[in-house]
Design a protein around this ligand. Sequence first.
Ligand code: A2P
Length: 278
Amino acid sequence: MTQPGLAVQSSASAANKWAFPIPANVFAQTVTEVQHYTDGLFRFRITRPASFRFRSGEFVMIGLPNAERPIFRAYSIASPSWDEEVEFYSIKVPNGPLTEHLQRIKVGDTVLMRKKPTGTLVNDALIPGKRLYMFSTGTGIAPFASLIRDPETYEKFEQVILTHSCRYIDELKYGEELVALCKSDPLVGEFAKDRLVHYSSITREPFPRTGRITDLMESGKLFEDLGVAPINPEEDRGMICGSMAMLNDTKGILEKFGLEEGSNARPATFVVERAFVD
Ligand code: A2P
């Protein structure tokens, strides 16, 4: 049986090693790298099909060929659109229908990826501005991992501020490695070195900077620390990715600063992501 609504490939291409045909709108790709950060966080990379095109910041549905009806979940693509592989950054949810199995993948395993990426955290959905804020909590940093490695982001904005807030210090590691990698990257390193700012905070243990990003915005500490004027619609643009509560709260604050939510169809001054994993 296939998933409802999914077309099935011809019998020739259905002759795969799984007990069921891979639907025509799904790629079966090979895992090339897995890195575990904490008991709850890991990243992995898969081969990229030549025909898979996406815009940096988009998400795609992924699953595993471990059942007749694989479970798919939305995952932000963490690699930039020029990369020859596709990277994802994931939480490990105990008993999570997908992540319970996904967290055990090894190099050489197969991951299923639907062919059509989508999403609003893309440069196209924002009107030009001076400064781009990327607000992330937890694995919400993933789409920004893609965007900060894309030269287009630096063509469009003079300064890129990546905020990443987590409960515990060890959850910042992926972002720290990513920013270091980005600053030494031959393609974007020169832009990133001068124009990418990484601003992290921790909420549940002592750290040089503590507090939710929403509180740091409302108190003005974020702007003091950065040495910039408070957010204003003339200069600033925003992208938000985190839990539903974080999205709503951050959106409310950006609106108080006078920013307006945009979309692919109607670009404006900020955009919100709505892809979740459970
Ligand atoms: P806190 O520790 O105060 O809950 P989560 O894993 O729950 O998504 O949390 C990731 C980070 O996002 C944590 O630092 C958490 O802070 C913070 N956070 C949770 N809810 C909100 C919210 N509504 N607005 C801003 N930050 C939030």
